[in-house]
Structure formats: structure tokens, C-alpha cells
Design a protein around this ligand. Structure first.
Ligand SMILES: Nc1ncnc2c1ncn2[C@@H]1O[C@H](COP(=O)(O)OP(=O)(O)OP(=O)(O)O)[C@@H](O)[C@H]1O
Length: 334
């Protein structure tokens, strides 16, 4: 599989550096998610790739060519934004057909392409409707259909699910993945939602203050974060001091240590006892906040675990999954 390579990409606004990416490589025809907090430079990166913004320096090599060097209309890119951006006075059919009409494609071919995409996107019975007659999730499916109807090489998605409620978001995730696979696109999807980033990404980029903190597949980033920032941004984690970590693991640890919530295992026969300070019902499980020797920690339990325990939680620790930060920092220096 060939690779897409971004090199030496920089963007400043005045003397503020919004983006500084020495290198970023990912597979063509894969799904890349870009995660970062607000203001970290995610949208700037997408806008540069789309040609809506110019970088100060940098290249992006796709199939041997630097696309940042070519004008936006030659880049073979589809775009989907947070706010759908449909033409309000045009039907769903006309909205999706617009890019093909601009190409002066004949009517039979347009009909065939729209029939194919509306079938994949579950829009067959919506083609004659106006955008305002659709739900948010349906409108975003129309926007997605319109973005891919010309079969671009690269699909750029800027927080495409942010305006949708939780259930629709999960459904739309499936559509996104399906369209990326069936149309064999390279998808680059910006989000600040870690679950979305992990669920969709073949690989993920964590960006912070304009710089890449780490790239890798979601599991690598979750299990082996290279920085504290990544450990807390991808998944939830307890960070405890070395003395507490030593007590809980029997290992000799003299530095801050991360333990994922699920690696604190509620166990009625477990060696440790915590004092429960909060107990949140989350449907299939509960999230428990407790104090162990005055150190605040969190874990998940099954519904019935606590009913036997009056304000306490018994637990053990899955030490094999510890994330020890001193080691990480040393690795970073090397
Ligand atoms: N045209 C501009 N002029 C000046 N500063 C800008 C401009 N565009 C972006 N910035 C700044 O660059 C930084 C990165 O912005 P960007 O929109 O890329 O962040 P983001 O990660 O997409 O954030 P969000 O998740 O809030 O959309 C921000 O500090 C922003 O204020």
C-alpha cells in the first residue's frame, strides 16, 4: 500500500505558530483521525490540505506528487463540514448531483451514480425532499454523498458528527467507515471526540499546540501513550504518585504512574480497599470514584458489586498495564 507523506509543514498567523509538523506519514486508502483539543491546529491542517489556506512551508506527497503545490480544484478532494452546508432550495437529488452537473455529465450517468450512492447512504426515499425536511443525521448523509459522488482520492471531514445527537452519531460512524472502504478513499477526519477517533481511525494523530504528540493505531496510543497528554486525551486514566503505585503493585516505582480505569479491577477477594466517594450509574456499569489512602481514583464496576460492601470497594490492580511516566520521559529524551 502506498503512503501519503507530509513534510516540514508550517503555518503561522503573525508570530503565532498554529502548525509545525516536521513529518506525518499514513497509508493511502486508510482512515486517519486527527484528535486534539480546541485551538490545537486541526482545522488549519485540513484547510491547508483542501487548499483553503496556504502553508508557509511544506509538502504533501500523494502518488508521487506534491498536492500543496497544485491549485485546490486539481486536488481531488471531497469536503464535509460540521454544519452540512447543503443548498437549502435544492432537493436532495439536486444537492448530490451538483458536482456531476458541474462536470457536464450526461443525465443517465448522473441517475446511475445517484442511485448507487443513495442506496449505500440509505437516502433512496429522500431524493425529492428539501434539506429542511430532513433530520440532522440525514442532512449530513446527503453532504457526505455529495462529497464523494465524484470519487475524490481524499475525503476531508471536519467535525462531521459534532452537531448530531449521540445515537445518530454512532449510526453515522458506520456510514463513514463504509463509504471510505467501498469507495477506497483516504479519509482524514478531524475530531475532538476520542471515542469517535478511536472507533473510526485505522491510525490516529494526536495534535497539541500545533505539534504532533503521537501517531499510531488506536490501540497503540491507548496502551502505550508516549506522553501524559496522550494518556489523558485517549481514554480515561488515573494518575497516581509513585508511593501509591508501589503499594498497589508491589513494584518499586518512584514516579507518577497511570492506571486506566478498567485496570483497577473490583474484586470482593481483592487485597485493597477504597472508600467510595461517588457512585455514578451508567447503565451497563457504574463509575466509582474512591479514595485509597487519600488518593482519589476511579474504576468501573458491575451493577451489583457495591451492594455487598457499604461504602467501600475491594479491588486489585492489573499491574501489567501500568503506564510509568518516568520511563516515557526518558524514552522521549532518547
Ligand atoms: N485566520 C487566522 N488568523 C489568526 N489565527 C488563526 C486563524 N485561523 C486559526 N488561527 C489560530 O490558530 C490556532 C489553531 O486553530 P484551528 O482552528 O486550526 O484549531 P482547531 O484545533 O481546529 O480548534 P477547534 O477544535 O476549536 O476547531 C488557534 O489558536 C486559532 O486561533
Amino acid at each position: 500500500m502506498s503512503e501519503i507523506k507530509i513534510e516540514n509543514l508550517k503555518k503561522t498567523f503573525g508570530n503565532f505558530t498554529a502548525l509545525d509538523v516536521p513529518e506525518l506519514t499514513f497509508n493511502e486508502k486508510s482512515y486517519l483521525t486527527i484528535l486534539g483539543p480546541s485551538g490545537s491546529g486541526k482545522t488549519t491542517l485540513l484547510r491547508i490540505i483542501a487548499g483553503l489556506e496556504t502553508a508557509d512551508t511544506g509538502t504533501m506527497i500523494v502518488e508521487g506528487k506534491d498536492i500543496l503545490n497544485s491549485p485546490p480544484w486539481k486536488r481531488s478532494i471531497g469536503l464535509v463540514f460540521q454544519n452540512y452546508a447543503l443548498y437549502p432550495h435544492l432537493s436532495v437529488y439536486q444537492n448530490i448531483a451538483t458536482p456531476l452537473i458541474q462536470l457536464k455529465m450526461n443525465q443517465g450517468e448522473i441517475d446511475r451514480k445517484i442511485s448507487e450512492i443513495s442506496n449505500i447512504m440509505g437516502l433512496d426515499d429522500k431524493l425529492s425532499k428539501l434539506p429542511r425536511e430532513l433530520s440532522g443525521g440525514q442532512q449530513q448523509r446527503v453532504a457526505l454523498a455529495r462529497a464523494v459522488i465524484k470519487r475524490p482520492n481524499i475525503l476531508l471531514l471536519d467535525e462531521p458528527l459534532s452537531n448530531l445527537d449521540a445515537k445518530v452519531r454512532v449510526d453515522l460512524r458506520d456510514y463513514l467507515k463504509r463509504i471510505q472502504r467501498e469507495f477506497e478513499l483516504t479519509a482524514i477526519h478531524v475530531t475532538h471526540d476520542q471515542v469517535e477517533g478511536m472507533a473510526l481511525g485505522d491510525s490516529m494523530v494526536i495534535i497539541h499546540k500545533g505539534k504532533i504528540e503521537q501517531t499510531g493505531n488506536p490501540e497503540e496510543l491507548y496502551r502505550h501513550p508516549k506522553t501524559r497528554f496522550v494518556s489523558g486525551f485517549v481514554g480515561e486514566i488515573n494518575i497516581i504518585d509513585g508511593k501509591t503505585a508501589t503499594m498497589l503493585t508491589g513494584m518499586n516505582i518512584d514516579t507518577d504512574t497511570g492506571i486506566r480505569y478498567e485496570d483497577i479491577v473490583p474484586d470482593l477477594a481483592g487485597p485493597f480497599t477504597g472508600k467510595v466517594v461517588e457512585n455514578q450509574f451508567m447503565g451497563s456499569r457504574r463509575m466509582i470514584t474512591f479514595l485509597y489512602n487519600d488518593v482519589r481514583m476511579r474504576c468501573f464496576t458491575e451493577r451489583d458489586h457495591l451492594s455487598k460492601l457499604q461504602g467501600e470497594i475491594k479491588f486489585r490492580v492489573a499491574s501489567e498495564h501500568l503506564i510509568i511516566f518516568k520511563d516515557l520521559e526518558e524514552e522521549e529524551e532518547n
